[in-house]
Design a protein around this ligand. Structure first.
Ligand SMILES: [Zn+2]
Length: 411
């Protein structure tokens, strides 16, 4: 729960958090009776989970933000389930919404007591505790030796995010984003089209913050949690990079390297990709990294020449992470050998910055130091440079091999 951090690290963390917009007004950080060295931050996670075949469950869990700094391998010691509900009992939309509301309300009540650090006089339903019961014995007493806890962030993939926070603008609608007014569909103006990354795009100017969300949308059922902020619903690296733009970058990058005759050519694309796969495994083994022999890189799961390139869904996040590292090393080497080819230089640059920001996140602690922060700003964005590769044809519509890229010019 405390992740082997000392009290100074906790104090530094909370002082830093209190300067960041989503937490500036968090009530728990401004209470006179809260001391930062005895405060634990919690993240709430919601996700679907298949525990038996044909039987899905929806799981709400809570964990400490400090536990990532510890060395506990057993996830059940750092991630505590709050509620596990069978999907078959939430088939109707109304039932699902009602269940979610109750879980949110109980969690909010519980966290409030956690922040006060004092046992409550009555229960969640305002019921009296039976005399001599454990809870009755805790009434009015200091809990957990004076330690307190509060909400910090919410974790969910897009599907759970939409379900749990009842988002009307979401990835299944024409208004596809809950944090801005980007759109898709036949009637969408070009300036609001979510794949438009040129200077004519207007949607980047329409970011929606917490205050706007509370006014213009139906507030999330979880806004009852003390310190809840729409901007603290986090987007994670796994879904956005390893299972997101990383899959596009790796697949199109490999195909571009193949087109530039970097690897021994086989009789067909499948055979060539087999050669690439062996090359990846060799380089990884030399550097002490594990790379699985399956799934194989094939035309079908890289996206052959007649379709845009994206790694198949059988590749796990960890495998894509290793492939990003390998592509960064390889494209850099090739580009150094052939300095006159701009597309190779661009690929190397994009991969370098994506790998660089992965490296920074892996190596840093709870907060970035000033130095890493500056480097991070430079790379900020692997995001930007990684995406620059993905959006290449959208930015420079005349670039050759457009079919390699997930996002193509608007036609
Ligand atoms: Zn958006």
């Amino acid at each position: 729960m405390l992740g082997n951090l000392d009290s100074n690290s906790r104090i530094t963390f909370w002082k830093h958090l209190a300067t960041c917009k989503p937490w500036k007004c968090h009530p728990a950080l401004h209470r006179n009776d809260v001391s930062y060295d005895k405060l634990v931050g919690f993240t709430i996670h919601a996700d679907g989970a298949q525990m038996y075949s044909d039987d899905e469950f929806f799981v709400y869990s809570i964990s400490s933000v400090f536990s990532s700094e510890g060395c506990t391998k057993d996830i059940l010691l750092v991630k505590i389930p709050l509620a596990i509900i069978p999907e078959r009992q939430m088939r109707s939309k109304d039932v699902r919404a009602a269940v979610n509301k109750v879980v949110a309300d109980v969690t909010a009540w519980s966290l409030k007591i956690c922040t006060s650090g004092v046992g409550p006089q009555r229960g969640f339903y305002n019921e009296a505790f039976p005399e001599k019961s454990y809870r009755h014995g805790l009434s009015g007493k200091i809990l957990a030796g004076g330690w307190k806890g509060c909400y910090v962030a919410f974790k969910a993939d897009l599907k759970a995010r939409v379900q749990v926070h009842a988002l009307t603008r979401n990835y299944l609608c024409n208004l596809i984003c809950d944090r801005c007014l980007a759109a898709t569909g036949d009637k969408c103006p070009e300036s609001m089209y979510y794949k438009n990354f040129s200077h004519t795009a207007a949607w980047p100017l329409t970011a929606i913050d917490h205050e706007m969300h509370m006014q213009m949308d139906t507030p999330s059922p979880w806004s009852v949690v003390e310190g809840f902020n729409f901007e603290s619903l986090s987007y994670d690296w796994l879904h956005n990079v390893y299972l997101g733009i990383g899959r596009d970058l790796v697949a199109s990058g490999i195909l571009v390297l193949i087109e530039h005759n970097v690897f021994p050519l086989g009789a067909d694309l499948d055979e060539t990709l087999g050669n690439v796969h062996r090359e990846v495994r060799r380089t990884c083994a030399k550097n002490g990294l594990y790379f699985p022999c399956k799934p194989q890189l094939t035309k079908a799961n890289v996206g052959g020449s007649d379709d845009f390139a994206v790694l198949g869904s059988r590749f796990k996040g960890a495998t894509v992470k290793t492939l990003i590292w390998w592509l960064a090393v390889t494209s850099q080497k090739v580009s150094d050998q052939r300095p006159t080819e701009p597309i190779l230089a661009l690929l190397a640059t994009c991969c370098f910055w994506m790998q660089r920001s992965i490296h920074i996140q892996d190596r840093s602690g709870l907060t970035f130091s000033r130095i890493t922060m500056l480097v991070k700003l430079g790379s900020l964005s692997s995001s930007t440079s990684g995406r620059m590769w993905i959006w290449l044809p959208a930015t420079f519509p005349t670039t050759a091999c457009c079919s390699r890229f997930a996002i193509r010019p608007i036609t």
